[in-house]
Write a protein that binds this ligand. Structure first.
Ligand SMILES: Nc1ncnc2c1ncn2[C@@H]1O[C@H](COP(=O)(O)OP(=O)(O)O)[C@@H](O)[C@H]1O
Ligand SMILES: [Mg+2]
Length: 373
């Protein structure tokens, strides 16, 4: 846009582009002083520039918002040169509204970005705080666990000594004082021995559990076939007594675990499998391995009394038993050992069963594909 204005502040000449850009006619623009079209916030700066032009020969560049006929404003960039002798100013104006809008958008984006960065920084700090809290909690938990485990370990050890004394003296009573005791006394002494025996079994199992909880287990490839053979060897007496049939299905691939723990776990599963059968039923157990990608599932399936689904998780907890000791003897620790052992070896355990349908216990461990023995 080109124009000539007088020192009096009025336009003298305007080219047609003014009307195109601002919407005002030539006459409308000439009717008022050019400063009156300037946005109120830009007026004083513009006025200063115009004043300077009247006393100084050099050109001046400035920007301002200029009124449009539609009531809005356009950003204009001005280059003005004075002709002092003629008391005229030549004015060139360019519409830079879009550039200004883009600049404003960039400013706003920058502001948003800064506030997002601040939010992120804040979130990060919160997260770090939370991590610190969790670390402290984990540390406390580890300490408590360690204390608890060493407590139960020494408690079990120390509990067995007085128990043996009770057993020993009750036996001595029966042997050495049979006559003085009489029938009733001998019965009482026998019951003391039986009760002490149950308690000893409990303590031994607790000891096993506690030992398993805090022993360092070195995990390595284990030959499951050997584990099964060893477990069956340890259970020879109860297996023969119950006339149990145990079918081991080949092949039993290698898994990654701990040999001793696996033997213990399998003993517990097998002894349950042959124990929890209805009286008069010949226990039939099937042991097999189901490979599933990286994992192997060792199944121990029986034809026993089965377990209702609401107990499928509970039975793996310490002391959880579904029957009185007079019907099925036991301590309620066997499956807790199975679960603890599985966890310590990085595996899992579970059961599929319903009453009267037998039970299928499973133990899942990583398969030893590469370094199979
Ligand atoms: N194979 C099974 N069939 C039916 N019930 C079982 C079987 N194995 C375990 N259970 C149930 O889970 C309970 C917990 O088992 P466990 O911890 O080995 O204790 P325990 O053998 O000393 O009773 C058992 O008392 C029994 O009620
Ligand atoms: Mg058991």
């Amino acid at each position: 846009m080109l124009s000539i204005a007088g020192f009096d502040g009025y336009f003298k000449q305007l080219n047609p582009t003014w009307k195109t850009v601002l919407g005002f006619s030539d006459d409308e623009l000439k009717a008022r002083r050019l400063l009156e079209f300037v946005h109120p916030e830009d007026q004083s700066a513009t006025r200063e520039c115009l004043e300077k032009l009247k006393s100084n020969e050099t050109s001046i560049y400035f920007e301002n918002r200029y009124a449009c006929k539609d009531g809005g404003y356009r950003w204009l960039a001005w280059t003005a040169s004075p002709f002092i002798a003629e008391e005229l100013i030549y004015l060139f104006a360019r519409d830079i509204t879009e550039r200004k809008q883009t600049e404003e958008e960039i400013r706003q984006l920058n502001r948003a970005l800064r506030s997002r960065a601040a939010d992120l920084e804040h979130a990060n700090q919160e997260l770090e705080k939370e991590i610190a809290v969790r670390k402290r909690a984990e540390e406390a938990l580890r300490e408590t666990n360690a204390e608890l485990e060493s407590f139960s370990y020494s408690a079990s050890h120390d509990l067995r000594a007085p128990l043996r004394a009770m057993q020993g003296f009750a036996e001595a009573l029966i042997e050495d004082c049979a006559n003085e005791l009489g029938e009733v006394g001998r019965d009482y002494a026998t019951r003391i021995i039986a009760a002490a025996g149950r308690m000893d079994a409990l303590i031994q199992d607790l000891l096993l559990y506690s030992r398993l909880s805090h022993a360092a287990l070195q995990l390595q490839p284990v030959d499951l076939a050997k584990v099964v053979t060893e477990a069956m060897g340890q259970l020879e007496a109860p297996l023969q007594a119950g006339n149990a049939a145990i079918q081991v299905q080949e092949p039993l691939e290698g898994v990654v675990g701990h040999h001793g723990t696996l033997v213990q776990v399998l003993c517990n599963l097998l002894s349950n499998a042959v124990k929890f059968v209805p009286s008069g039923v010949k226990p039939q157990v099937r042991v097999h391995l189901q490979a599933n990608g990286e994992w192997g599932r060792l199944w121990v399936e029986d034809n026993g009394i089965g377990i209702a689904s609401e107990y499928h998780t509970r039975i793996f907890r310490l002391f959880e038993r579904l029957h009185g000791v007079d019907i099925y003897p036991g301590t309620g620790i066997g499956l807790a050992i199975v679960r603890k052992g599985a966890e310590r070896m990085g595996g899992r355990v579970g059961v599929e069963s319903s009453p009267g349908q037998g039970s299928r216990f499973w133990l899942e461990l990583p398969l030893a594909h590469n370094n199979q023995t």
